[in-house]
Design a protein around this ligand. Structure first.
Ligand code: NAD
Length: 264
């Protein structure tokens, strides 16, 4: 895949959920474009691997073990990033997870978990990052929503609610921070090849008693125009574009990157 060229030398980014999948690709892409990156994740061991990979490739990275639902841990992550790198310019709210069940059986603690991580976590990380972006009179907040921030699927009520919430939060934020040189956008990916999706493919294959390839073809790719899974690097490239000066006029947007899923 050809890479977009954006110079982020001198900038600092925090990426949550950066130990795996899309977040890891985003952290690597921002770092290889010159940004110093804080790899924030609840999975500290995997976050260390992600940061080590960035450093092996010549980038700068620190690790923060953070549960984004926890305001003290979020504050500590942001403060540590600014202490180590002197500034904070870019925040990518990416941490997320999925639970599938009908509303009438949806475990209440799982509802709290999903809304807590994806919606409240996005609010907390943003709240504590903004003063530093305002101080620099430049900032980029990129929130990883989903096509499920735009449309619904059955059995994903907490996920769909949190992802729609992220779009609403992003729009509100864009209106509040524009005068400070800060943009806020949501990215709404379709199916991306990551551990989160590989787990769902395996679950569906078991439940439907069909091979994983058939799950991909019949369930996952059926509504899409382009019949393949997206790769994490493709989402990272859109994040990189939004972090560039070329995207200075893009704010409050909910950008679908979904292989045509929501076109119909
Ligand atoms: P993933 O499971 O590979 O990675 C998610 C990361 O988030 C993990 O490293 C996990 O440890 C971290 N995380 C979970 N809870 C956390 C918490 N409380 N605090 C901090 N970190 C936490 O998943 P992925 O597919 O890379 O998904 C990344 C984001 O992209 C999620 O928000 C997901 O909803 C969104 N997304 C994914 C797809 C897809 O098809 N994979 C599509 C649309 C949107």
């Amino acid at each position: 895949m050809s890479r977009l060229h954006v110079d982020l030398q001198g900038k600092t980014a925090v990426v949550t959920g950066a130990a795996s999948g899309i977040g890891r690709a985003i952290a690597e892409t921002l770092a290889s474009s010159g940004a110093a990156v804080c790899v924030g994740d609840v999975n500290e061991a995997a976050a260390r691997e992600s940061a080590a990979q960035i450093e092996r490739e010549g980038g700068r990275a620190i690790v923060s073990r953070v549960d984004v639902r926890d305001r003290a841990q979020v504050r500590a992550m942001i403060e540590e990033t600014v202490r180590r790198f002197g500034r904070l310019d870019i925040l990518v709210n990416n941490a997320g997870l999925q639970v599938i069940a009908p509303v009438w059986e949806f475990p209440e603690e799982k509802w709290d978990l999903l809304v807590g991580v994806m919606l409240t976590g996005t609010f907390l990380c943003t709240k504590y990052s903004l003063p530093h972006m305002m101080a620099g009179r430049w900032g980029r907040v990129v929130n990883i929503s989903s096509i499920h921030g735009l449309v619904a699927s059955p059995f994903k009520s907490a996920y769909v609610s949190a992802k729609h919430g992220i779009v609403g939060f992003t729009r509100t934020l864009a209106l509040e921070v524009a005068d400070h040189g800060i943009t806020a956008n949501a990215i709404c990916p379709g199916w991306v090849r990551t551990p989160l999706v590989e787990g769902q493919i395996a679950d569906q294959a078991r439940v439907q008693r069909i091979p994983p390839d058939e799950v991909i073809e019949k369930i996952i790719l059926a509504p899409a125009a382009i019949k393949r899974l997206l790769e994490p690097g493709e989402i990272a490239s859109l994040v990189l574009y939004l972090c560039s000066d070329a995207a200075a006029g893009v704010t409050g947007a909910a950008l679908a990157i979904d292989a045509g899923w929501t076109a119909r």
